[in-house]
Design a protein around this ligand. Sequence first.
Ligand code: CMC
Length: 431
Amino acid sequence: MPQQSLTVIDNRTGKKYEIPVENDSIRSMDLRQIKVHDGDFGLMCYDPAFVNTAACRSRITYIDGDQGILRYRGYPIEELAEHSTYLETAYLLLNGELPDAKEYEDWIYQVTHHTFIHENVKHMMESFRYDAHPMGMLASTVAALSTFYPEAKNVMDPENRQHQAFRLIAKMPTLAAFSYRHSIGMPYVYPDNDLSYIGNFLNMMFRTTELKYVPDPVLEKALDVLFILHADHEQNCSTSAMRGVGSSHPDPYVAIAAATAALYGPLHGGANEAVLRMLRQIGNKQRVPEFVKKVKAGEGRLMGFGHRVYKSYDPRAKIIKRMADAVFEASGSNPLLDIALELERIALSDDYFVTRRLYPNVDFYSGLIYQAMGLPVDMFPVLFAIARTVGWLAQWEEMLRDPEQKIARPRQIYLGEEKRAYVPREMRRKK
Ligand code: CMC
């Protein structure tokens, strides 16, 4: 077996170093010994946006970006999407194993019995502007839950953490649905514990005068699958926010608020909303070549395309595309679908996208399905946030249990001014 190390020669000094290699990685701290002189700080790695830096060792989600593979705790995403439910997948992500029948029943019970929110949170929501974006409302109100559950600060107690996890997974749909109802000026609908997790969410979103809301089973199933696909995605921007903020040990409500904020951006979970706006802006199939030309000229991006990790078709996008037909049959087709298909066809045969290995990602088709289900565009990133909450919690839990983790604190390379003498204001001259 070849030696598991890296031999480094520092050409500044001619010195040679032996750096251990473990899991195809070296520890950045092993570079610190590489110095030009004794007072030297030592060598660091410069990696803006963590493009090639692992910040943790994780057992939760595996991605092979070249081959388009995604697995949660070892289970292929395709199998989970076909056979599992969102809540079962959530249990798997948090606990590492699929639940047996009893564990599953207890888990559903716990999540179902934490769906209500304090009436004061509802009153807080009433004070948002009529046109407040639901993602802003969600981030603020989940942060506000921190003030209702002060014991959640005790983050080193595993039982306490589990309790907050039940609450968060159960209450996110309630906060999300109330945000939506607020934005359309409709009364908030309280949770219905007889319904499934997804069925209840649809109830809180859409119920009007009916005594009992009955969700459409095709749409309920489709949303459940979409939630499975969005449940975790290893060290993405919002998960890194969750781990980074969580590393200073605040309660999980404010950490989830930070992760929600990170997800909101159009380069991350806001992309599904941006895709829909882009398709509307293109307007019809004939205008697709003109739009692609503009993207290639650097005027904007093709939203829903490209990924930091996937350099082939996103496996989640494949599942969504297959599922779209069933949803469109139940809900009626989406006229924007033709534009999306044409965009994909042209982009996948265009050198610009082929050479950069830009393929549709999870957000390219998900918005079309959400829209066909009657879900408003503003709610798309909110749906992503509900589904991702369990991923954030699983990663947070793993971080807190990892003895190697400390408060996150990256280094910088300082390129600013050397020490300067302070100049009184009246003596300052513009150069
Ligand atoms: N349209 C046009 N060009 C693109 C796109 C795109 N969507 N994505 C990347 N490129 C180009 C980019 O201009 C660059 O070209 P060049 O080498 O000539 O400068 C090259 O491809 C590499 O791009 P990058 O910005 O260095 O790649 P990244 O890994 O930093 O960015 C990304 C990844 C997802 C932010 C980016 O592909 C993007 O902005 N996509 C559109 C937004 C989107 O769909 N986001 C959802 C991601 S999936 C859901 C999630 O996990 O949040």
